[in-house]
Ligand binder design. Structure first.
Ligand code: SF4
Ligand code: SF4
Ligand code: SF4
Length: 293
């Protein structure tokens, strides 16, 4: 990265509220409206059914042409000694639930939030909530500011720091190409124990409530993602409270709305967001081109 670009990012980093407000001129509100009616696709991950085989990790690598190994190597459970995070070459990981003594596992990937903070923070609209439910990333629009990484409450977007020429943000795409055809994501298809159920969000919330009602001894009575951060497309059931353990404790307020409320106040008597957005967008695009030269 050139010095000028690094300096520019540093300056931008001092304006966190300002930078994310630029995105609020349209696309984040649209993002928030999509998928909130329950008809977009979702996945219910029931961690009580997950056997920790990690075949979903293999399937994701295979589907996304990520570095992969023979499927038998995924039987290695030594990885459960650490809490892993998705990375540039791993869009999903299966972790042991650390607060439990027995081995119980849970799959982690982008939550495909209904009101994605990553999309709200992105000043060029490179991240977008699609009607099918996926939050997608457009590398051609991305200027590498990495505000999405700062904004995501689940620490999901990963950045290709080692890719000097054309670094991209990487994350689970919800297998959007399959989703748009009404097909299950590759990881869901692969799961041998049906720990993940695919359907519309409204249907899956019913399924989750029914499971908790029928087996109260088996589940902690909470669907993680039903309301957190305004709701997510990936929903979780577990035998423990995932809030503050495997996932952050979040209010039901969509994160973009919270930040935008503050930002709009700040900008009311200040520089118009659209003018700053245009100026910074042009400047960062030119810096990106310079980096690639
Ligand atoms: S494939 Fe299914 S059972 Fe196996 S680790 Fe993944 S979610 Fe768990
Ligand atoms: S989990 Fe993070 S990266 Fe995924 S949609 Fe939500 S804010 Fe964006
Ligand atoms: S939905 Fe697709 S991209 Fe996301 S974790 Fe599953 S296989 Fe990987």
């Amino acid at each position: 990265m050139s010095t000028s670009r690094r300096d520019f990012i540093k300056i931008l980093a001092t304006l966190p509220l300002a930078s994310s407000s630029f995105a609020s001129d349209g696309h984040s509100e649209k993002n928030g409206d999509l998928a909130s009616n329950g008809t977009s696709y979702s996945v219910l991950m029931d961690s009580t059914l997950c056997v920790g085989c990690r075949k979903c990790e293999w399937a994701c690598n295979d589907k996304n042409h990520l570095p992969n190994k023979d499927i038998s190597t995924f039987e290695d459970t030594s990885v459960f000694a650490f809490r892993r995070r998705p990375e540039v070459d791993k869009f999903t990981v299966v972790n042991k639930i650390q607060s439990l003594k027995e081995q119980q596992t849970i799959k982690i990937q982008c939550m495909h939030c209904l009101h994605p903070a990553c999309a709200s923070a992105c000043i060029v609209g490179a991240l977008k909530k699609q009607e099918c439910g996926a939050v997608t990333y457009d590398a051609d629009k991305c200027i590498g500011c990495r505000y999405c990484m700062v904004a995501c409450p689940f620490q999901i977007p990963a950045y290709e720091y080692k890719n000097v020429l054309t670094p991209k943000v990487q994350k689970c795409s919800f297998c959007v190409d399959k989703l748009e055809k009404g097909e299950k994501p590759a990881c869901v298809e692969m799961c041998p124990n049906e720990a993940m159920t695919f359907g519309t969000r409204a249907e899956l919330i019913e399924v989750a409530n029914s499971r908790m009602h029928q087996h109260p001894e088996k589940y902690f009575h909470h669907i993680y993602g039903e309301y957190e951060a305004g709701g997510t497309s990936w929903l979780y059931l577990s035998q423990i409270d995932l809030r503050g353990s495997e996932f952050p404790q979040l209010s039901s307020d969509p994160i973009p709305k919270l930040t935008e409320t503050i930002q709009h106040g700040i900008f009311k008597n200040f520089v118009p967001p659209l003018a700053l957005f245009t100026l910074l967008g042009v400047a960062m695009h030119s810096l990106k081109d310079k980096d690639r030269d």
